[in-house]
Ligand binder design. Structure first.
Ligand code: AGP
Length: 613
């Protein structure tokens, strides 16, 4: 999705803006641009294509301004083109604006502005914003230092939809104004300089101190000051947050791609997720929750709501919570949950999982449950992200920044956190034996080492990837908890290799999909539940009989020896096995994508954080 960068300080803004945009590239985009405050007015440099093309634009080296805004655009309204790229100017060239999000009523606003003499040069929804600001600025008869802010406020009152907006103006040449509603934006505080970004990793190399804006809050920045205002332009105070991610965590650290780095970071990411939550011989420690037995006993239903990979993590969490705590759990896709009037009340606990904490559907689903009086708990990787500010409670995965679009370490840390949460609930509720709890804790603490071992399958997986990278269709099969891993393995493959793949509960095969199995097709299976080994093996035999090439990821001793490739992973408690068995499948999609020469970290059409519906 679109990305925003801003700089206000003493240095030349343009190189800082472009390097910030390069760090936002992973979010996905099709055009880029910057705008700076120059002595003779506002500059605009933009074009479709990659951020690095900005370096070649005529005049870019001449820019001297120390205040600027920048943007990577992911086309929604209007095709990728220079005209549609941000920043956008108003007709009088007095206000320059970049915007993330979608203005739903832009058509009405455009008509209104056209009727008031304004002309439009792009097909974007964004172009209404600078012109609306100009409209209100020219109508305001009061001439004071808040005049531009008032115009931005009035314009925002007219906007329906989601936005994170940066504004610079020739009428306020030493300032920048930013505002957000349902779209991410953070403010980084430096020494005699301040930064704006859509996310924290992009500006981590400049600062680790951040202000987080709430919806409908404005900030007016100068190089050495930041003032915050609410929707009525009353001043508000904000706390500065120190983020303990270091800049190198957002670098490739010698790896060819972020995805590979993040796959190999999983043992440590998981150590961070476990942190001090499992103290030896003591109950689980969730400082921020402190749920009582009375409260948890009042919960008669849990929803886990998320999108994509985060939803797959939820499917696995469901199994552990149901088995250890005896509370029914429904896992829902956020974009479905929010529109299907779910049965939710004060006795419902709704858990929302989002790596970025900015996924529009997940946030909307959370707001819906809150409006129905449910207790809401967010699981996120990004401190202070939007979802964490909406939820009643938040627990963090602490997996470190995840840059690659394909989620890997965030997934495994989400699964492990849900398992720790299940153990915590079970301890409070006394819903399972202390022996079970003890075994679960031991298995969780051993997991980082098991993932280290699972990573050793890398060479064998690379060999298999070399054999199948030209395939058009791949099937993933699994039963029980392994079906969840099949779903996640299949999603990873689709995302970054563009190979069509389907995941099926192995028992469903005979109910339709087996019609697609023909000579030479690749079928990948996962077997980690000892109670289901024979059942899944029978299904694998059915596809072998029909000529399939087979790979099985397992921690069990398998009875059959006519499987083409068996990838052994370390054994662990069945609830935790997805954390280990997904590792070879992450590596498989990575190596296939590499073999096909694709952009692993930035697959086509995808964005790291999906901030619009
Ligand atoms: C994962 O590989 C995907 N890129 C995607 O499914 C992702 O998990 C989903 O968009 C949810 O993102 P979130 O965790 O940031 O909410």
């Amino acid at each position: 999705m679109c990305g925003i960068i801003g700089y206000i300080g003493t240095k030349k803004a343009s190189p800082i803006l472009i390097s910030g945009l390069l760090r936002l590239e992973y979010r996905g985009y099709d055009s880029a641009g910057i705008s700076t405050v120059e002595k003779d007015g506002l500059s605009i440099m933009k074009d479709k294509g990659r951020v690095k093309n900005l370096y070649n634009l005529k005049g870019i080296d001449d820019l001297q301004g120390t205040i600027g805004i920048a943007h990577t655009r992911w086309a929604t309204h209007g095709k990728p083109s220079k005209e549609n790229s941000h920043p956008h100017l108003d007709n009088s060239q007095s206000f320059s604006v970049v915007h993330n999000g979608i203005i739903e009523n832009y058509h009405d606003l455009r008509t209104f502005l056209i009727n008031n003499g304004y002309t439009f040069y792009s097909q974007t929804d964004t172009e209404v914003i600078p012109n609306l600001i100009h409209y209100y600025y020219s109508k305001d008869t009061k001439d004071d230092e808040l005049k531009v802010l008032r115009a931005v406020q009035s314009a925002c009152k007219d906007l329906k939809g989601s936005y994170a907006i940066e504004v610079i103006s020739k009428y306020m040449p030493n300032n920048m104004i930013v505002v957000r509603k349902d779209s991410p934006l953070v403010i980084g505080k430096g020494d005699e300089e301040n930064y704006i970004s859509s996310d924290i990793p992009a500006i981590l190399s400049f600062t680790t101190k951040f202000y987080l804006l709430n919806d409908n809050e404005f900030a007016v920045l100068s190089k050495d000051n930041i003032e915050f205002y609410d929707i009525s332009l009353n001043k508000v105070q904000k706390d500065l947050k120190n983020i303990d991610w270091n800049a190198s965590a957002a670098d490739k650290n010698g790896y060819e791609d972020y995805m590979l780095k993040e796959i190999f970071e999983q043992p440590n990411a998981i150590r961070e997720t476990i942190g001090s939550r499992l103290p030896e011989n003591e109950p689980c420690n969730f400082e921020d929750l402190n749920f009582t037995k009375e409260f948890l006993s009042s919960i008669n239903k849990i929803y886990i709501v998320a999108c994509g990979t985060a939803m797959h993590a939820g499917l696995t969490g469901k199994i552990t919570i149901e088995q250890l705590c005896n509370i029914p759990v429904t896992v829902d896709i956020a974009s479905e949950f929010r529109y299907r009037n779910p049965i939710v009340d004060k006795n419902t606990l709704c858990i929302y999982i989002s790596q970025s904490g900015e996924t529009a559907d997940t946030i909307a689903a959370l707001k819906l449950a809150k409006s129905k009086c449910a207790t809401t708990l967010a699981i996120s990787n990004v401190i202070g992200s939007s979802i964490t500010r909406e939820a009643d409670y938040t627990i963090y995965t602490h997996a470190g920044p995840e840059i690659a679009v394909a989620s890997t370490k965030a997934y495994t840390s989400q699964v492990i956190l849900l398992n720790i949460l299940a153990v915590y609930f079970a301890e409070v509720l006394q819903s399972t034996s202390s022996e079970n709890i003890k075994n679960m804790k031991k298995s969780i603490l051993e997991l980082p080492y098991k993932i280290e071992d699972a990573l050793k399958t890398s060479d064998a997986i690379k060999n298999f990837a070399n054999k199948i990278y030209n395939e058009k269709d791949v099937f993933f099969l699994g039963r029980g908890i392994d079906y969840n891993t099949a779903l996640e393995g299949s999603l990873k493959l689709k995302e970054i290799s563009y190979i069509h793949s389907e995941a099926y509960a192995a028992g469903e095969l005979k109910h339709g999909p087996i019609a697609l199995v023909e000579n030479g097709i690749t079928v990948i299976s996962i077997i980690t539940d000892k109670n289901l080994v024979e059942k899944t093996i029978s299904n694998i035999q059915e596809v072998i009989t029909r000529g399939a090439k087979t790979l099985v990821v397992t921690n069990q001793a398998l009875p059959s020896n006519n499987i083409d490739v068996v990838i052994d992973v370390p054994d662990t408690c069945v609830y935790l096995s997805p954390i280990v068995s997904i590792v070879p499948l992450q590596l498989l999609s990575y190596y296939i994508s590499k073999e096909k020469g694709l952009d692993v970290d930035k697959p086509r059409n995808l964005a790291k954080s999906v901030t619009v519906e």
